[in-house]
Structures are given as structure tokens and as C-alpha cells.
Design a protein around this ligand. Sequence first.
Ligand code: NAD
Length: 260
Amino acid sequence: MRFNVFCKENSIDQCDKIIKTLVEQGNIFTNDNPEYIISIGGDGTMLRAVRKYYDVIDHVYFIGINTGELGFYTDFLPNEADQIIHSVTCSPNYNHCPLLEYEMVYKNGSVVRNFALNEITILNSFRTQILEVTINDNPFEVFRGTGLLVSTPSGSTAYNKSLGGAVVDISIEAFQMTEVASINNRVYQTLGSPILLGKESILKLSSPNFNQATLTTDYMFDHLDDVESIKVWLSDKKIKLLTKCNHTFWHRVKRAFLGK
Ligand code: NAD
């Protein structure tokens, strides 16, 4: 296989060893159109690797080697190079994880597009954040509280899960909106439960005032002061993630949250 690696900063020694082992087994380590991107680190490293290779995402496969702690996206351990080769050559098994896409419309009319592998959040720790929630151009609710999180199926086990959102099988083409500390009383009301939106849905979150609110996209963040609205939908783009033979998404959920 033709491969390149994306390494966590403090895993350079382990990366060198893994590259050496794979090259000794006849694989080609290259910057020039690699087929496989091996992320060596934890889940944060995979999030960063996907961002780096987004432009060629339709043409590459990702492999996660876990030198971190939880390793939800990383099915292999540093000493399992043999299993990687076996998984690639014998019976490749890929999880196809859909991404989210979003578009931020600024007050001056400019538009910025981006994507997320896990989730985006709109959070305001200082003020009650008002968010007008529109689904496919139909007003749905007016949220008041700390904020909202929108996650992919593979991101459903991350921040979304900590907020009580559902864990979603990655084969379901849907995305989820989860509330963060909504205000619910006889004056202000929200649905109060996470919702799953289908592939064709477009969620629009707008606000009269995003003052001091932040947008996070996986591990990155931005200020929303000059933003008017954000549209989110499930992207056609997916990452192809090599898994161990016969390992399903639910094996990974079990391993990460219930132990072996
Ligand atoms: P990080 O890499 O330390 O990740 C934080 C934790 O989230 C780690 O334990 C990691 O293994 C786990 N994680 C990441 N993606 C996961 C996934 N898809 N399924 C299960 N667990 C997953 O920190 P970072 O580099 O800042 O990563 C950003 C991610 O951290 C965000 O995408 C968000 O999902 C997560 N996060 C979680 C919380 C929370 O649960 N309260 C708060 C902030 C951020």
C-alpha cells in the first residue's frame, strides 16, 4: 500500500517505528497521492488528519493507530502493523463516516463554508443565547439557553453523548441536534430532547445577537459576533475508516464505553 502518516506531536518516535515496520513489509511511504493516511495518536489526531486531507477525502482511506487513551476512531495499536496489512489486503472492512457541512452567513453578506467530523457547537457561557431554529425553511422553535450542538453519527459518541444525545449507528444517514442547558418554563419552551434529522434536512440556526457566543468545529473554535445565521446539513462526503476484520461500529462503541 502507498501510505502517509499524520502523527500526534509527542508520538514521533512511535511514528518512526511504525513507518519503518510498514516499509520493511514492502509498503511505500509517500507524500505523492497516498491511498492510506495513518493517523497515529488519539481521536483528536484523527480529527486533525481528516482536516488536513479533506481535499482528497474521496480518494484516501484513513487508518487510526491509537497511542492515546480512548481511541474511538483508532482501531489498531502501535504493535499491530501486521493486522493493518492483513486488514488492507485480505478483507478490507471500512466504516463510512459522514461529515457535517455548514455555512456561516456574516452580517456583511459574506459566507464561509466548513465541515466537521464530530460536531459543531454554538455556545454562550456569558449570556442567554437565543437561537431561532428552522428546519427546511420552517420555523421550529426558539431556543434560549447555553447553546446547541449538531453532531454526525460518528460524533454522536463524543460531546453529544456527554449531553445525553443518542448514540447513532454510522450507517444511518442522519445528524443530531442536542440542547445545552435550555431554559424551559411557562414563558420559554423548547422540545427538550435531542432530535435526529434526515439526509435531506437543512437546519438553520439564527440569532438577533450572537454576542460573545463561540462556534466550535471539532477541536477548533471561532467567534460568532459578526455572524447572522448558520446552516447545517449532512454532507455527501464521508471518511472511509479501516477497521479490524469483523469489527463493526458497535464493537467500537462497546470497547470505548463498556470495556472489552
Ligand atoms: P481530545 O482529543 O482530548 O478529545 C476529547 C475526548 O473526546 C477524548 O477522550 C476523545 O477520545 C473523545 N472523542 C473524540 N471524538 C470522539 C468520538 N467521535 N467518539 C467518542 N469519543 C471521542 O480533545 P480535542 O482534540 O479538543 O477533541 C475535540 C473533541 O472533544 C470534540 O470534537 C468533542 O467531541 C470533544 N469534546 C467533548 C466534550 C465533552 O464531552 N464534555 C467537551 C468538549 C469537547
